[in-house]
Write a protein of this length. Sequence first.
Length: 333
Amino acid sequence: MTLPSCWTFAPKSVIIDGSSPSVILEDPLEIDERSVIFSSGRKLYRSWSFILLLVATVFLFTVRFTSNLKSRRCRILPTARPSTYSPTTAVPSYAPSPRPSDQRLENVIQCASILSSKNIDSKSDASRWKAVEYFYSGGGRNIETNDCANKESFFSTMYSLIVVRESMNIANPTWNDDKKQVSDLLDVCTWKRLHCSSVGGLLSITKLSLNNADLNGTIPPEISGFLRLEAIVAFSNPKLNGNIPSEVGLLSNIKDMQLHFTNVSGTVPTSLGTLSSLSSLRLYDTRLEGVMPQEVCSLRDVGNLTVLEADCTLLQCNCCTKCKNLDGAVLEA
Ligand SMILES: *[C@@H]1O[C@H](CO)[C@@H](O)[C@H](O)[C@H]1NC(C)=O
Ligand SMILES: *[C@@H]1O[C@H](CO)[C@@H](O)[C@H](O)[C@H]1NC(C)=O
Ligand SMILES: *[C@@H]1O[C@H](CO)[C@@H](O)[C@H](O)[C@H]1NC(C)=O
């Protein structure tokens, strides 16, 4: 413990009341003779070292039990503890409170879980965890989490962008400079292969030009976070695999989707049939299979779909505008 800085005087007399542990410290300035005596009055000991030891002990008890230690020569410092102060708890113990960074991490994980509609609670989900790290210690470390559940928020847009980057392995210096902080969409619209434009007075990401980019990995559902996306151009990426997520059907402004010459597989989601603004869909030279959904075919009649291309063998398509098979043969529908 730290003694008060005024601890310079030595009590000149200590009276110990028999064998009882309670001690009385008399005003040291009033007593001249340095002596330690039992209550019987018999002098016991005159050694300085013994006196000093007793003095220290007595002081501790005094601090403990005396309500006011003020004397003419000792002023209790402004930081003086209350009279009930006990030396045994002298070491200040600050209650552990979460550091801001821990709170930040918690908030980011919560936002990520909301936006991905699943728990992001471990590092097993590599691309989403990378996005968490981006907001914790990377370029997004200062982006507000307050409004993250709102799909219009900057957090939401950036979350989609980083999950897409990590999931599709977009390797580009402008996309991967995580030391550079971003604070609004203007910082991001300079990234290569990404286009922004003003839609309804709002600056938005409207096009991803990711063709011939040596992409691998999969298209994540989070791509639907780009609310005003008008074009996904990702052709000629033979290592891009996995399904077309049905969430792509949420991209209500999409006009152009080019996924030919990729390794995407599975069936064409029927949700694409809701994309009334879709005018061009190219899906040939892929591993897509099954039948072109009727919902998509009907866009040719009721929507704006003027270009619909598939291989027409692995993926059967009666309504395609052009069939192009894996051997490169082009068959007019
Ligand atoms: C996927 O792309 C990333 C980034 O370009 C690259 O580091 C990685 O080696 C690629 N993996 C495969 C299996 O091609
Ligand atoms: C394409 O996907 C298939 C499985 O669907 C896999 O066997 C093949 O290696 C993949 N091709 C490339 C270039 O990644
Ligand atoms: C269809 O295309 C026309 C002409 O380009 C356009 O005016 C119209 O808004 C489009 N419809 C939809 C639903 O996007």
